[in-house]
Design a protein around this ligand. Structure first.
Ligand code: C5P
Length: 202
């Protein structure tokens, strides 16, 4: 039987992780942050492993092993995410996850377009570059007070461009997705808006 799948895509720091987690908790659905898969391969790549082999041998128990939030891992993730064989190797894991009962929320860049094109609900969260860089800056500064705002802004901009322009599964809102701009929303407001839309659709 097909489970209810909620696909939430969007660029870095659009709020999709926090919103997706909250929605999955409200609905008691399974939650997969697919960025973590790419970050785990990115981390392996930085350690010297071949990314395709690392993706083909991904052990989901290892997803919490690395400090995956580090900016250098995010950059490496967006580089290995360009490789079609890496994407293909991660596809089956994501699709299998999406069929878990009683339903699943997956967030990423290509969930509504490639991973789960039949998802019942598709959402694309976005926000201005400045708003997103500010959020990420505040978050990262809790751990490393030396990080500069301009550096974060440049890194997110570079990652956006790479994610949008790659030939294999570029980041794009699915034509049947509902777009939310979270630039001027608090996280609570963003969760409420998205959740009420989901309730209408479910
Ligand atoms: O979402 P997050 O910022 O953790 O993702 C890190 C990187 O992984 C993204 O910049 C993107 O290049 C890649 N990614 C992807 N497809 C996904 C999820 C993440 O290409 N579904």
């Amino acid at each position: 039987m097909n489970q209810t799948v909620i696909a939430i895509d969007g660029p870095a720091a659009s709020g999709k992780g926090t919103v997706s987690k909250a929605i999955s908790e409200k609905l008691q659905f399974n939650y997969l942050d697919t960025g973590k898969l790419y970050r785990a391969i990115g981390a392996k790549y930085l350690e010297g492993f071949a990314p395709i082999t690392a993706a083909q041998n991904l052990n989901s128990n290892e997803l919490d092993k690395y400090d995956l939030q580090k900016p250098e891992i995010a950059q490496a993730a967006s580089e290995i995410a360009l490789i079609p064989e890496v994407r293909a190797a991660l596809l089956e894991f994501q699709r299998k996850f999406s069929q878990k009962t009683p339903g699943a929320v997956l967030d990423g860049r290509d969930i509504g377009t490639i991973v789960c094109p039949d998802a019942k609900i598709k959402i694309f969260l976005t926000a201005s570059l400045e708003a997103r860089a500010k959020r990420r800056y505040v978050e990262l500064n809790k751990h490393d007070g030396k990080i500069r705002f301009e550096t974060i802004l440049d890194q997110i901009k570079e990652r956006d461009e790479r994610d949008q322009t790659r030939s294999s599964s570029p980041m794009v809102a699915a034509s049947d997705s509902k777009i939310f701009d979270t630039s001027d929303l608090s996280i609570t407001e963003a969760i409420e808006k998205v959740f009420s839309y989901i309730q209408e659709k479910i």
